[in-house]
Design a protein around this ligand. Structure first.
Ligand code: G4P
Length: 287
């Protein structure tokens, strides 16, 4: 799904999220575990105000496990709870309910003291397109959908999904826009498949990916490409070598750089080479 975000769309998305916020106790901010900052919304904190949030690092199966653990520690230091999950295969989803309980524990303890029985925690999923919101909801739905009619303050019936014993999740997620003004963020979104627009410059994205892997995952890169004297080659020579290896030539029998670039991006997106994280916690403050 490609959404072109214009100011009008952004205002509408924000309005819709603000409306739903009134219904919930907790926000589940869904991000891509490979790029937890680049796949977040630039105005999230402003939009959700003081609402409690759990950061769900989805697609953790595709991310570098060690870096994901570092991200969890990074967020913890900032007072935020982050849980890695794999929505596609339904891995670690129980951690979501547990995290919500942890966030609400104090409030519920106070209510208990006053003789009130804690009700189910209400939550909603928020995130940019393609981070796996629908996949996660579908995973959680199974037979758990609860038709609970109207909640105070809304005219439209909202469906709630019962998750475990203590959690109710709004069945439609809030969709927000990515940080598309930053070129590097754009490259990372493209390499992880969050943006699949044909208008993207594939050569720039492929070269960004190759440079990133050369710096951070050199062994996997060399093993994957197996191009002799990789380190001594220019960008053009590398794309030419890839094109030649795969038989990508234009009508003049010259190496087809575009197809070589598309191949690189496709291989990275499909995790053919390995599990990579493109946002690194030590660089977190810069993003
Ligand atoms: P959205 O609602 O946030 O827009 O995202 P959606 O659930 O549609 O998921 C986007 C893509 O991400 C889907 O791939 C989905 O299968 C994949 N995905 C979701 N969760 C996970 C996960 O935990 N791990 C991995 N590896 N992938 C996940 P798709 O529809 O097949 O699209 P494509 O990107 O493969 O073309």
């Amino acid at each position: 799904m490609v959404i072109q975000w214009f100011p009008g769309h952004m205002a509408k998305a924000r309005r819709e999220v603000t409306e739903k916020l009134k219904l919930v106790d907790v926000i589940f901010e869904l991000v891509d575990a490979r790029i937890p900052l680049s796949s977040s919304n630039p105005m999230l904190e402003e939009i959700i105000h003081q609402k409690k949030r759990v950061i769900i690092l989805n697609k953790s199966d595709a991310a570098d496990e060690k870096i994901t653990a570092e991200w969890v520690a990074y967020f913890k230091e900032k007072g935020l709870l982050a849980v890695p999950v794999n929505a596609q295969q339904g891995k670690n989803l129980h951690a979501i309910e547990r995290a919500a309980q942890e966030l609400m524990a104090e409030k519920f303890a106070r209510q208990k003291e006053r003789g009130m029985r804690p009700r189910a925690i209400r939550a909603m999923i928020l995130g940019i397109p393609n981070v796996g919101k629908s996949t996660l909801i579908n995973r959680l739905v199974k037979k758990n959908i609860a038709k609970t009619g109207n909640k105070p303050g809304v005219t439209k019936a909202q469906q709630w999904i019962k998750v475990g014993k203590t959690l109710e999740l709004l069945d439609t997620p809030g969709i927000l826009w990515p940080k598309f003004e930053d070129q590097e963020v754009g490259f990372k979104l493209a390499l992880t498949g969050a943006i699949k627009d044909d208008l993207l410059n594939m050569e720039e994205i492929a070269l960004y990916g190759l440079h990133f892997l050369e710096k951070n995952y050199p062994n996997q890169l060399v093993g994957w490409l197996s191009i002799p004297d990789y380190a001594d080659k220019t960008d053009t020579e590398i794309l030419a070598a890839i094109a030649t290896k795969h038989g990508y030539f234009d009508k003049y029998k010259e190496p087809d750089y575009s197809r070589a670039a598309e191949w690189v991006v496709r291989e990275i997106r499909q995790q053919k080479i390995g599990r990579f994280s493109f946002d690194l916690p030590e660089k977190g403050e810069e993003i």
